[in-house]
Design a protein around this ligand. Structure first.
Ligand code: GAR
Length: 289
């Protein structure tokens, strides 16, 4: 049974334990609270008491589990869980379009992992494919661990992207997220996903962008020019490297002691803090328009 739940909710053992603990404590707290309220109101135990008790438990339960989920680190799970119950009850579920994301990545995949975690139990957005040009990249292990299909593309796929397009179509991909993808995405894919393909760049564009400007090279160039700040840029992807319209930027200060590795850490922290949220906002915007 636990294995089934783990697969259904896509969580590890620790999270499953914390989720079950939240369910149990939430249930018992709201049960006690409800009977205390009824007893304080001086109601005699009987059919009215039981009916009001059931009503109170139903109303208080979401509140109790949400509050308890915060210190146990399970807020996002319960927010989505209760949201899904609400949608089912109001019959709105069918009205909500589901968007399936493909993540394109070439590296160790820290952004990809963060995005996968963020959307794990999301009611309307799923990560449905990881595309990479490197069969041995860290992101491949991450996708496997999370049972997300992987598409490895080689030089011929860049010249003839029909195969990749078919894969994206078959998997019903509605939004493409570049997370450290170091090759140029084929123009036909960019055209097919126009306005629905975004990238994160580890500097404040338009500075320090363009071909060859990725990862560590960006930080080295920024430090070599003695800049006093750097940051991240999230932007739409067009046919020119790092030239698409900017959606969001966040900055970090550079101190004289910073080296490539400490600057990379500062920038990474911004990437992890903002990218999934901006993806979510963009998708919501698109689905409303
Ligand atoms: C990230 O810092 C991302 O901003 C950068 O590659 C890194 C990938 O790290 N992307 C670029 O430089 C694109 N020009 P990750 O594989 O650990 O997410």
């Amino acid at each position: 049974m636990f294995k089934k739940l783990k697969n259904k909710w896509k969580v590890n053992n620790l999270n499953l334990t914390l989720i079950l603990l939240t369910f149990a404590s939430g249930g018992s707290v709201c049960g006690r609270l409800s009977s205390k309220i009824l007893n304080t109101a001086g109601l005699e135990k009987g059919i009215v008491w039981v009916s009001l008790y059931i009503l109170l438990v139903t109303v208080l339960w979401p509140l109790c589990v949400i509050i308890i989920s915060i210190p146990l680190g399970q807020f996002r799970f319960f927010r989505n869980y209760i949201g899904r119950i609400g949608q089912k009850l109001s019959g709105k579920r069918q009205l909500q379009p589901k968007t399936i994301i493909a993540i394109f990545a070439s590296g160790k995949g820290s952004n990809a992992l963060n995005i996968i975690h963020y959307f794990k139990n999301h009611p309307t957005i799923n990560v449905g494919l990881v595309v990479t040009n490197k069969a041995d990249a860290g992101v491949v292990d991450i996708a496997q661990e999370h049972q997300i299909p992987i598409k490895v593309i080689g030089p011929t796929d860049f010249q003839h992207p029909e195969n990749l397009m078919t894969e994206l179509k078959n998997r019903q991909i509605g939004f493409v997220v570049l997370a450290g993808f170091l090759k140029k995405v084929p123009d036909s894919v960019i055209a097919a996903f126009s306005g629905r393909i975004i990238n994160i760049h580890p500097a404040l564009l338009p500075a320090y962008g363009g071909k060859g400007m990725y990862g560590q090279y960006v930080h080295e160039a920024v430090l070599a020019n003695r800049e006093n700040k750097s940051g991240i840029t999230i932007h739409y992807v067009n046919e020119h490297y790092d030239k698409g319209e900017i959606i969001f930027q966040a900055e970090c200060k550079i101190s004289p002691e910073d080296d490539t590795s400490s600057l990379e850490q500062k920038v990474r922290a911004l990437e992890l803090a903002h990218y999934p949220r901006i993806i979510e906002e963009e998708i919501k915007k698109q689905n409303l328009s």
